[in-house]
Unconditional design. Structure first.
Length: 507
């Protein structure tokens, strides 16, 4: 019979193999339930080039498009770029820069961005480059060709724009919210939140509306949710003084429009005695109940509130079960996201602390209108994840993106090796496909909204071409197989040596 020492050795080897394999980028073996199962994350960006702040859309035909802020080089020249990768016919395309602009003195800026599908299934984006916010669009079938994109049309004013979010309602109206610096002596460089819409596929836009109007406060990270019955909901966080200059967190605000953005109610403050709300995200479930989720700046608590009257009144904050926020002082620039499936359930994603040691992971929870399911772990590793973005296709498939900072360059973005990641999960919701809308034919121009004006096309950006050296983004499975073979082979040799020694001792 095998001695207990030898049996213990085999058990230890198997445990060690599973532990070693678990340190790689595999889909977690725990936290997966019948409601959802996440696939192994895929790196989309070149690990040797800067990549952060991604966003994602997906259609019901199997196309997935991910954009992110990146940097590229052409010879000795550096460029800030809006990068794009497309999943089509079971493969990811090589990342390509669809918009690019020379970096000033080789110092890059974050190309903050947002992406959506319009009523025809074409892709629309907003992006900040270098300091203004622009809009552009392209057909899905040629979205990964830079030449297919329309000339950028400026949306922001003359000051610096930064955060932005894009959405399209069922009637085809395009909605945009963004943060832009306003001139105010009491808080230089502080931003307000602005809104515009377009009824003619981005050709003309309504006049910008300042939703926040908070002199002395910095308004950041707007989130847009397009609700039922023509309601729009916009949340953002406020800080007393410039946020990046050490401004004190002040709370979360909510703006609401009952008529698809034509008029807006006075924004309300979301405050709490348990701490200062920040990093808020809002959604509406299939029963018409609003769900607001936010974290406190003072601790790891993440809370949710509900409203059944379009945000007029809210339930008391309740702690989100099983999910803790990352330390506020570590990366206060992070954000959460939500999306709804065909069952009317809300899916929440975000970066949270894992266990007593505080290791970070990307997490997912499901709200069914009464209770929470999860949290489900999507990814964890040595790098620090950030900026989750989520979308649902076919009513049931989840598409999630985020980026990761390497610990060696946590706050040194110019030197960092930040990477963009993607994962997907099929839920148990029934499939629901979008009703196709015919491609438009040339017609007379739609009437302009009151006070709207046609914006001039900005100066053309530099020509863009695909870089053949960029990877396809799909990890090489042979490297993982090689690691498994080496580990198992080494373990067998060690145990064979131990077994032979034990037999000689007994003889």
């Amino acid at each position: 019979m095998m001695s207990w020492k030898l049996r213990s050795g085999w058990i230890a080897l198997l445990a060690g193999l599973f532990l070693a394999l678990g340190t790689g980028r595999f889909a977690p073996a725990f936290g997966q339930g019948e409601a959802v199962r996440w696939e192994k994350p895929v790196r989309l960006s070149d690990p040797n080039r800067m990549a952060w702040f991604p966003d994602v859309i997906a259609d019901d035909a199997g196309n997935v498009v991910v954009i992110w802020s990146g940097g590229i080089r052409r010879g000795k020249s550096a460029f800030d770029a809006l990068m794009l990768a497309r999943f089509h016919k079971e493969n990811w395309s090589n990342p390509v820069d669809i918009q690019a602009m020379p970096a000033f003195e080789d110092v890059g800026v974050a190309v903050r961005n947002s992406i959506a599908l319009d009523r025809y299934g074409d892709v629309v984006v907003t992006f900040r480059m270098p300091l203004s916010l622009y809009f552009s669009k392209a057909p899905m079938q040629s979205v990964d060709s830079a030449q297919s994109w329309t000339p950028p049309r400026r949306l922001s004013g003359s000051n610096v724009a930064y955060y932005n979010e894009l959405g399209v309602d069922r009637e085809g109206r395009i909605h945009v919210v963004w943060s832009e610096i306003v001139t105010n002596p009491s808080c230089e460089q502080c931003a307000d939140i602005f809104y515009r819409f377009s009824d003619d596929d981005g050709e003309t836009w309504s006049p910008p509306v300042n939703l926040s109007r908070t002199p002395g406060d910095d308004s950041l990270k707007p989130h847009l949710w397009i609700g039922e019955g023509g309601w729009l909901y916009v949340t953002w966080q406020e800080s007393e003084g410039l946020f990046t200059g050490g401004g004190k967190p002040a709370g979360v605000r909510l703006a609401r429009s009952p008529d698809r953005g034509r008029t807006w109610k006075e924004p309300m403050w979301i405050t709490a005695t348990i701490g200062t709300p920040q990093q808020a995200v809002i959604g509406e479930d299939g029963q018409g109940t609003l769900l607001l989720i936010w974290r406190t700046a003072e601790g790891p608590g993440v809370y949710f509130q509900r409203s059944r009257d379009h945000g007029e009144s809210w339930t008391s904050p309740t702690l989100l079960p099983g999910f803790q926020a990352r330390p506020w002082t570590q990366i206060p620039y992070d954000d959460y996201d939500m999306a709804m499936d065909s069952l009317g359930r809300l899916h929440f994603v975000g970066v949270g602390a894992l266990g007593a040691e505080g290791q970070l992971g990307v997490w997912h929870l499901i709200w069914d209108g009464a209770t929470w399911q999860g949290p489900f772990l999507v990814s964890t590793g040595r790098n620090l994840p950030e900026w989750t973005r989520l979308v649902v296709s076919e009513g049931r498939r989840l598409h999630l993106v985020w980026f990761e900072r390497d610990p060696e360059h946590l706050y040194k973005s110019e030197e960092g090796r930040y990477t963009v990641w993607y994962s997907t999960a099929l839920t148990n919701a029934p499939p629901v496909r979008r009703t196709p809308v015919p491609t438009p034919t040339p017609t007379r121009s739609l009437p302009l909204p009151s006070g709207a004006r046609v914006l001039p096309t900005p100066t053309s950006f530099v020509p863009r071409t695909m870089d053949p050296n960029l990877p396809a983004g799909q990890p090489r499975p042979d490297s993982e197989a090689l690691r498994l073979i080496v580990l198992m082979g080494g373990g067998v040799i060690v145990l064979s040596t131990i077994g032979g020694w034990a037999l000689r001792q007994r003889s």
